[in-house]
Design a protein around this ligand. Structure first.
Ligand code: HEM
Length: 194
């Protein structure tokens, strides 16, 4: 194999690492505490969620959702620096609670130009400014699925410690009251513990 091939393989490997599957069923590290539809159809009530790096099939799962981590669409350079200084890593031992919130936005949102979406997202809805007030309590990872034919556009994942559960409720309530959320047509709120 020449160096070019090795480079190619590494490219594929890096892409693999960005792919995640969430399988709802009877097995998995995360026990389901609740599944509630916020907008649109819910997902079947399952007892566990299994998270896998990569896209795999799980015939035993009641539902499977897939997403990829991606580049940032809206964050400014200044916001990126401030986020990096406070955001915690996933997998903290004390963070035994989690939320998986799959979200779909409507066609009107996706038809808007980038600058208008940014204005709604941050200048008018203060998504980042509000979210940042809940850091470092909440760790998060955003998965995109608009382009891969999934039922949702985003799989949002959050981890926090039980004492921060109330603050997390306050955060989701604040975000759901914003102009950004007027474009959300399907949202399922799944709470978990490990
Ligand atoms: C914990 C505090 C939070 C912080 C610091 C935060 C921060 C961010 C940032 C920086 C982005 C933009 C990424 C980009 O530039 O592409 C983003 C996107 C997003 N966040 Fe949050 N967020 C938080 C909580 C939440 C919560 C609780 C939800 C759901 C209830 C949520 C749902 C989303 C969604 C759906 C997007 C994608 C929006 C789009 O691209 O249209 N976030 N968040």
């Amino acid at each position: 194999l020449g160096a070019g091939n090795l480079c190619g393989c590494r490219g594929i490997y890096q892409l693999m690492e960005r792919r995640f599957s969430f399988h709802g069923g009877a097995t998995g590290e995360w026990r389901v505490l609740s599944i509630a539809a916020v907008s649109g159809d819910s997902l079947a009530l399952v007892s566990k969620v299994r998270i896998i790096e990569g896209f795999d099939a799980d015939a035993s799962a009641d539902w499977s959702l897939r997403g990829v981590t991606s580049y940032e669409r809206y964050v400014t350079g200044d916001e990126r620096v401030r986020l990096a200084s406070v955001q915690p890593q996933l997998g903290r031992v004390e963070a035994t609670r989690a939320a998986l919130i799959p979200i779909k936005k409507n066609a009107e949102w996706w038809a808007l130009p980038q600058d208008v979406r940014r204005a709604i997202f941050e200048e008018r809805s203060a998504h980042i400014a509000t979210g940042m007030r809940y850091l470092p309590a909440v760790a998060r990872r955003l998965h995109h699925c608009y382009d891969i034919g999934e039922p949702f556009d985003f799989l949002t994942w959050f981890e926090y410690a039980p004492p921060d559960a109330k603050a997390f409720e306050e955060l989701v309530a604040l975000l759901r009251s914003t102009e950004e959320w007027r474009y959300v047509i399907r949202e399922v709120d799944i709470r978990l513990e490990r």
